[in-house]
Design a protein around this ligand. Structure first.
Ligand code: AMP
Length: 417
């Protein structure tokens, strides 16, 4: 793949898939969190500083193929201008003569922002025009035409520019027009990952594939089912897996422990035991909580007891206990590479956040390369104020999970074709 730092954009028009799916104030439509806009600046500035011009495109929210004022990219313009320190030309649409002309007229150093890509169902390639109640048969019948229209849409986007840059990791696991199909219309020396996507590939791809050992994975979150593929994939790669969160209790029940009213997936007990057996066969140390915070209800103000592995009748485990945190911290301290996905407990409730923040501190204190993936663990790291102690915080929840599952991300694959 072409490296963006090696590429000279002088005299080139670059179309850049950014992730400007930012939160907006419901009344004023002002951007309430600029992180994603700030994140895209290195790539945009590289293009402009080289003497190129940038055509930026993104989705915003879920307009499901319909033009809707509240999802318009025009709400982003002033924040983008402030961050770039220059005027941004707003295209007002994604396709059409007016947009094509604005793209054609764009001069070196200028920035054009397209309207929300998902105002067109062609972006996602879904038959939204059939309505919510469409039958599966109707959707299947519409599929060929939708796919053809999606290719046309991608071709139109590609026609605006000389070079394609994808810097939107959060949607790289989707084969959308702007994230994957568009790349077919650029030669292999004219498409590349932006700095953000490049960093994600480096950490979630290269570091995980060739880790410094010991390699420790911390996996938490609500359910085993959500992390099943990740666990299977990690067992092949890591030396140690530390389990926390709601998913731990399915494993503990499978091992014959009492779990009271804790979260459990009874249909996955056998699968849980198979995972444990697999880990053992591969020589992977697979640790489950040795103590827990047992609550009498799902409430921050619940009565809490620190209990051992077994959870008493009528109680639910909502966080790992202090011994578990200590045990996990000791494993993390020995690690050279750490990957963390999913909280250790219901960290949204302060009384059940200690396990998650304890793990967070241990990762921050360790000298290991640390990779944080998934919305909730990223939120916990940000809340803890320890974000700058981590080597890499992934920007894409779903995409980072799929990457760790060993799946090929369409948005990444499209750049290497
Ligand atoms: P996930 O999206 O699968 O990573 O799960 C994150 C969610 O799991 C968070 O909202 C946590 O509150 C929840 N969670 C973590 N530990 C537990 C637990 N012991 N019982 C119930 N929910 C939990």
């Amino acid at each position: 793949m072409v490296k963006i730092s090696d590429y000279n954009f002088k005299g080139k028009k670059a179309i850049v898939r950014v992730d400007f799916n930012v939160p907006l104030d419901k009344q004023t439509f002002a951007v309430t969190d600029e992180t994603r806009i700030v994140g895209a600046l290195p790539t945009i500035n590289k293009i402009l500083n080289d003497g190129g011009c940038a055509i930026l495109m993104s989705h915003l929210g879920r307009p499901d193929g319909q033009k809707q004022e509240k999802f318009s990219m025009k709400h982003i313009v002033s924040t983008l201008e402030k961050n770039l320190g220059k005027k941004v030309i707003f295209a007002g649409d994604v396709v059409g003569e007016m947009v094509a002309k604005k793209a054609a007229d764009l001069k070196s150093g200028e920035v054009l922002l397209l309207e929300n890509l998902r105002f067109y169902e062609e972006e996602e390639g879904k038959p939204y025009h059939l309505g919510k109640d469409a039958t599966d048969e109707a959707k299947a019948a519409a599929k060929p035409a939708v796919k053809t229209a999606q290719k046309e849409f991608a071709k139109t986007l590609a026609s605006y520019a000389d070079v394609y840059v994808n810097d939107a990791f959060g949607t790289a696991h989707r084969a959308h027009a702007s994230t994957a199909l568009i790349a077919d219309y650029f030669a292999s020396d004219s498409k590349m990952a932006g700095f953000l996507l490049e960093k994600e590939i480096k950490f979630l791809g290269d570091t995980v594939a060739n880790p410094e050992r010991p390699f420790v994975a911390i996996v938490g979150g609500a359910k085993v089912s959500g992390k099943l593929e990740v666990l299977k994939s990690l067992i092949e790669k890591v030396d140690t897996i530390l389990i926390g969160g709601g998913m731990a209790y399915t494993f503990l029940k499978a091992q014959g422990h009492n779990i009271g009213n804790s979260l459990v997936e009874n249909d996955l007990l056998e699968t849980a035991n198979r995972i444990l057996a697999d880990a053992k066969a591969k020589g992977v140390k697979f640790l489950l909580p040795v103590d827990n915070l047992a609550a009498d209800k799902f409430d921050n103000n619940a009565a809490i007891d620190v209990v051992g592995i077994d959870i008493p009748e009528g109680r639910m485990a909502l966080d790992v206990g202090p011994e578990t945190t200590k045990l996990y911290a000791a494993e993390i301290a020995k690690a050279k590479t750490v990957i963390w996905n999913g909280p250790m407990g219901c960290f949204e409730m302060p009384n059940f956040a200690k396990g998650t923040f304890g793990v967070c501190e241990a990762v921050a204190d360790s000298s290991a390369i640390s990779i944080i993936g998934g919305g909730d663990s990223v939120a916990a790291v940000n809340q803890s104020g320890l974000a700058d102690k981590m080597s890499h915080i992934s920007t894409g929840g779903g995409a980072s999970l799929e990457f760790l599952e060993g799946k090929v991300l369409p948005g990444v694959a499209a750049l290497t074709k």
